[in-house]
Design a protein around this ligand. Structure first.
Ligand code: 13P
Ligand code: SF4
Length: 320
């Protein structure tokens, strides 16, 4: 959706958004990979787990989800009686798109007896086929729920490999999906950068490739990376995740009167902003305004599918 001129945007778009939030009795949830101005207007900003928890506790009539569709879908699964809307329905995810439900059903059938642990970055259909959902904040803990049992981990192969390493399992049955953003970090360029900044701590998201993770001093979810950047001892940080996190890190450092050097880990292709999620960045203030004004596009999930997908999500929330 591209807002056309003549849509009647107020001169002060941000004030207009605040006014619409009140009028529609809406809560705006945003992921740290959103544009800074979207993060600043949200009522709650978090990583995937914190956002699922915030959605589970929502008490407004409307949830506006500034993130990607699988996140809004999770919010709807947890809130069947609330309206869930998104600024742009095209905000997908390479992990969710790379795990089509029919192919995943076949994959499960090929491994009879195996339990299924799915990363929250998947469709409602895939969630409905899973025993448990995880996010990058709790993936290792969730995998330990299945100790001694054959286990399918989907859809991110890099996260799954890292879970296997952390949980001491070399028998995980791994769906071969990947995040197009985190896969773009270049291990070769990172090695060169580390040589130029030997004092730097390298922080990486577990969706990154093994060759990048092997060079990381600290591997964690988006929230974990933010917290470590702010509270950890290093003064220079090389960060291998979507650069939306820089906004929150800088805000927190500023609030504490601290100054640190933040360096984005290098990508394979310096000419593109490949380490910025093209789906997350579809959301703009203009689209947020229109979505709050018109209460669309709306996310819906058929009730039978919702009930099946709800079980493994609720189980994760109970265990987290
Ligand atoms: P987290 O929010 O769990 O860190 O996941 C990052 C991500 O890629 C979300 O799509
Ligand atoms: Fe999906 Fe990767 Fe974008 Fe997250 S950063 S929404 S995993 S494509």
């Amino acid at each position: 959706m591209t807002p056309e001129s003549g849509e009647g945007f107020p001169d002060d778009l941000e004030a207009g958004i605040r006014e619409l939030k009140e009028r529609q009795n809406a809560v705006v949830l945003a992921h740290y990979y959103q544009e800074s101005e979207v993060q600043d207007l949200a009522d709650f900003v978090g990583d995937s787990l914190a956002l699922a928890q915030a959605a589970a506790g929502a008490d407004k009539d409307v949830i506006v989800f500034c993130g990607v569709n699988f996140m809004a879908e999770t919010a709807k699964i947890l809130n069947p009686d609330r309206k869930v809307v998104v600024p742009d329905l095209e905000a997908g995810c390479s992990l969710a798109d790379g795990c089509p439900p029919d192919a995943f059903r076949k994959f499960i059938d090929e491994h009879p007896g195996a339990k299924v642990l799915s990363y929250i970055n998947c469709s409602a259909d895939v969630k409905a086929m899973s025993d448990l959902i995880c996010t990058s904040s709790n993936a290792v803990k969730m995998a330990r729920e299945f100790e001694g049992q054959p286990l399918i981990v989907a859809p991110d192969r890099h996260l799954a490999r890292w879970i296997g390493q952390q949980a001491n399992r070399d028998d995980l049955i791994i769906w071969q999906g990947a995040c197009i953003v985190h896969e773009q970090f270049s291990a070769k360029e990172l090695t060169k950068l580390r040589l130029r900044h030997p004092e730097a701590e390298v922080l990486a998201h577990p969706e990154c490739d093994a060759a990048v993770l092997d060079q990381a001093d600290f591997i964690a979810s988006t929230s974990g990376i933010i917290q470590r950047s702010v509270e950890g001892p290093a003064e220079t940080l090389i960060i291998a995740t979507e650069d939306g996190v820089f906004h929150e890190i800088e805000k927190r450092l500023q609030a504490l009167g601290k100054k640190k050097t933040l360096i984005q880990a290098p990508g394979m292709d310096e000419s593109c902003a490949c380490n910025r999620c093209p789906y997350m960045r579809l959301n703009t203030l203009e689209k947020l305004y229109l979505c709050l004004r018109d209460l669309k596009p709306e996310i819906t999930v058929p009730e039978d599918l919702r009930l099946k997908a709800l079980e493994p999500i609720e189980r994760m929330l109970e265990l987290s």
